[in-house]
Design a binder for this molecule. Structure first.
Ligand SMILES: *Cc1c(COP(=O)(O)O)cnc(C)c1O
Length: 405
């Protein structure tokens, strides 16, 4: 009965061209990966899909730090943070993260989580109690949406970046606690939340601003301090959620906020309390990553990303100019997430398959991850891409556009 039921649902997913497929890569470090097809032959793919924006995941200094961390602290943590799993490396990392972000959140404390998904569930369910209202951008990441579902608070979604609508919702709220929650850089569009305006609204309405900076941290702002630095913000009302598996190149996440908030999360965030702490070696490696992100090497990698973004955008804009009837659209984006909207699911997946056939891995993203009719290629760039890599992608897109015209 269950199997029939699931078979039926799987068919329905397939009928809408929405089946997700898992592929095994022998190495996943950007921007190249080796995959083996059904014929067992190895193929090298040039990736435009990784969130390892600075290309740090395969950095020799980080690999060494991870190995050193294992030698120092063993392979696993053995228990949750509050039982016995909170190691010296976790503590050092939390202090370093808090200090790094202190220009934006005065007296910040940081608290480690195993993943960004868990941080978002933990923060929103703990802070969003029955006395709170949560104001959430409609394009927020799935993990924030799931967090609002776990919260006892009333959840009010506002249209993407619509400050007028948000202002009206805030003004009509009678809740004791008001929490505005937003991605810093939106994960499927690459655009930035207007954090300056959001913080101003938070101040006027006595609300708090929770920023999930999964795609901004390491990439934007001075020393890679992310979207808060990009906007030059500083306020005790800011609650930052950072992830450490993307630009930081390792794994994990953290919340940085006023000490009363992190102390409360330690008591109340269930995804912090009821899970095994991540291996201390991971925190040890992230400490090294933080050093790299803050350094002149980090600056050089960020500068390269900006050059590659400009090259890609210029090339795609020319292509769109030459093939206007295709109806493709390049989303305005100042981040390494550069989506090209194709529209239909099937056309998007055909295009992704064409690129794959010539050794380029660019994921097609379909509803429900993005709104209906806006299926897209989600092109992401890494600091370790070369100008020739971008040219190769542009050339392949031009050939596909000519054929699909
Ligand atoms: C990836 C992502 C997360 C989840 O972080 P993980 O550490 O991968 O679990 C949360 N928020 C946003 C916006 C993301 O893109």
């Amino acid at each position: 009965m269950l199997l029939d039921h699931l078979e039926h649902k799987l068919h329905a997913i397939a009928a809408q061209d929405l089946t997700r497929v898992l592929r095994v890569a022998e190495s996943v470090t950007a921007p190249r990966q080796t995959v083996r097809g059904a014929d067992r032959r190895a193929r090298e793919l040039l990736m435009f899909c990784s969130n390892d924006y600075l290309g740090l995941a395969a950095h020799p200094a980080l690999e060494d730090a991870m190995i050193e961390g294992v030698r120092l602290y063993g392979a696993g943590s053995g228990a949750s943070h509050l039982i016995s799993g909170h190691g010296l490396a976790h503590e050092q990392l939390e202090r370093a993260l808090a200090q790094w972000l202190s220009p934006h959140i005065p007296n910040a404390q940081a608290l480690s989580f195993c993943t960004g998904y868990m941080a978002n569930l933990g923060v929103l369910s703990a802070l969003g109690d029955a006395e709170a209202d949560i104001f959430s951008d409609e394009l927020n990441h799935a993990s924030l949406i799931d967090g609002t579902r776990l919260a006892k608070a009333q959840v009010k979604r506002y249209p993407h970046k619509d400050m007028v609508a948000l202002q009206a919702l805030l003004a009509s709220s009678r809740a004791k606690v008001k929490l505005i929650v937003t991605d810093g850089v939106f994960s499927m569009d690459g655009d930035l939340a207007p954090l300056d305006e959001l913080l101003a609204l938070a101040e006027v309405h006595d609300a708090w601003l929770i920023v999930d900076d999964a795609h901004g941290l390491g990439v934007l702002g001075a020393q890679g301090r992310g979207t808060l630095a990009h906007f030059g913000l500083c306020s005790e009302r800011l609650i930052l959620i950072g992830t450490l598996g993307k630009a930081a190149g390792v794994a994990g996440a953290f919340v940085a906020a006023h000490p009363t908030i992190t102390q409360y999360l330690l008591q109340a965030a269930r995804t912090y309390i009821f899970t095994t702490a991540s291996p201390p070696a991971v925190a040890h490696a992230v400490l090294k990553s933080l050093e790299l992100m803050r350094s002149s090497e980090g600056d050089a990698r960020r500068a390269n990303l900006v050059r590659l973004q400009a090259q890609l955008r210029l090339g795609i804009e020319r292509l769109l100019h030459d093939h206007p009837h295709l109806g493709w659209q390049l989303v305005p984006s100042d981040s390494p997430v550069q989506p090209l909207i194709i529209g239909e699911n099937a056309a998007t997946m055909q295009l992704a398959a064409r690129l794959d056939a010539v050794g380029l891995r660019v994921p097609g993203i379909r509803p429900p991850t993005v709104p209906k009719g806006t299926a897209r290629l989600r092109i992401t760039l890494c600091a370790t891409h070369t100008e020739a890599d971008i040219d190769r992608l542009l050339q392949a897109l031009r050939e596909a556009a000519a054929e699909m015209s």
